[in-house]
Design a binder for this molecule. Structure first.
Ligand code: ADP
Ligand code: MG
Length: 327
């Protein structure tokens, strides 16, 4: 993945976040001169703007050459329950070696788990926790007050653009920057990313590896919501096979995991004007989501849903979404 390949390895390579970097460097200098354990940190902000990257660089500077063996990265969404915290995090935090535990998505921990975390954080003499999350309000106050807080803001369009060009140059990708199509494509990459550099670089890579031009429509096609809108539009108009082909063709290309995709279906159903159709679709979507959560193949589930969407409008009522076109 290009965004992994170009993940900054030092402070100098991080784009933006200047205030945070300055304060983190200050903490590092203080730890070094006093020899005390680094405080627990909390990095909060939207996706793809350098939280995990800065946590790793902090750990690297704090722990020195063998930082990799002394840095543990956990994803809280895999271990949200209090028993997970007690069984996984607690024993890790108790070992004598000075270390950093980076906990991604820790705003998704249940309240109970957060209370357990707080106790572990208070009583570990060797571990510095870096809790990462998207939403400040999902952290309980006692945990927030025990961390030094850092807010990560989305990168600006200029910063995203500069980084995209940088990646293109380093990868020696031949791009016709003079082409109006390509210019519009870059504008679309930037505007869909909304300051999320992982998304911008990820979408760039999807186009490059599939040999597609960086054009506005090719970028737009990468958005799960656009794919779902097109697919359901076809199904509602009676093209079941067309809808299935469209979906299968693009599903792999989009940046969406199955959760994002379910969300996109949810949002597109919201655009359906017919109340009865809307209700049936939402209802069925809940089954699909349940099945996927319990291990069913998302692809089969989504196609099952598309088939259902093809059938539903034939139960009386006006055709949804595309009703204008049909008149
Ligand atoms: N501030 C940044 N400076 C440089 N690259 C960044 C920055 N933020 C994100 N990236 C790019 O996006 C990828 C994901 O960044 P990451 O730090 O994991 O984001 P998150 O804030 O979601 O933790 C990185 O590997 C890197 O390529
Ligand atoms: Mg991250």
């Amino acid at each position: 993945m290009l965004f992994e390949k170009y993940r900054p390895q030092s402070w100098d390579e991080v784009v933006g976040q200047e205030d945070n970097i300055r304060d983190l460097k200050g903490i590092l200098a203080k730890c070094k001169s006093s020899g005390v354990k680094a405080p627990n940190l909390m990095f909060v902000g939207p996706a793809g703007n350098g939280k995990t990257t800065c946590a790793q660089i902090f750990a690297k500077n704090y722990l020195g050459s063998d930082w990799k063996t002394r840095t543990i990265e956990l994803n809280a969404s895999d271990s949200r329950r209090i028993s997970d915290i007690r069984e996984t995090v607690k024993p890790l935090s108790r070992t004598a070696v000075v270390k950093v535990i980076i906990m991604d998505e820790s705003d998704r921990l249940t309240t109970d788990s957060q209370h357990a975390m707080r106790r572990i954080m208070e009583t570990s003499p060797t571990t510095t926790f870096i809790l990462i999350g998207n939403n400040e309000w999902e952290f309980i106050e006692p945990i927030k007050s025990r961390c030094t807080f850092f807010s990560f803001t989305p990168l600006t369009d200029e910063q995203v653009f500069a980084k995209l060009l940088d990646v293109c140059n380093k990868e020696n990708i031949s791009i016709n920057y003079e082409s109006e199509n390509v210019k519009a494509g870059f504008r679309a990459l930037i505007s869909y990313a909304k300051g999320d550099l992982r998304k911008a670089i990820g979408n760039l890579e999807r186009l490059i590896t599939s040999g597609k031009e960086i054009s506005e429509s090719n970028v737009a096609a990468l958005e799960p919501i656009n794919l779902v809108r097109d697919t359901l539009g076809l199904a509602f108009r009676g093209y079941l096979v067309g809808a299935k082909d469209k979906f299968l063709d693009q599903y792999i290309m989009t940046a969406g995991d199955s959760k994002t995709m379910v969300r996109a279906f949810f949002d597109v159903i919201n655009e359906v004007p017919d109340m009865e159709v809307k209700a049936r679709l939402w209802n069925r979507l809940a089954d699909i989501e349940h099945n996927i959560l319990h291990g069913a193949d998302p692809m089969i589930q989504f196609i099952a849903f598309v088939s259902f969407a093809w059938v539903v409008p034939h139960v009386p009522k006006a055709c949804p979404v595309v009703s204008k076109e049909l008149m």
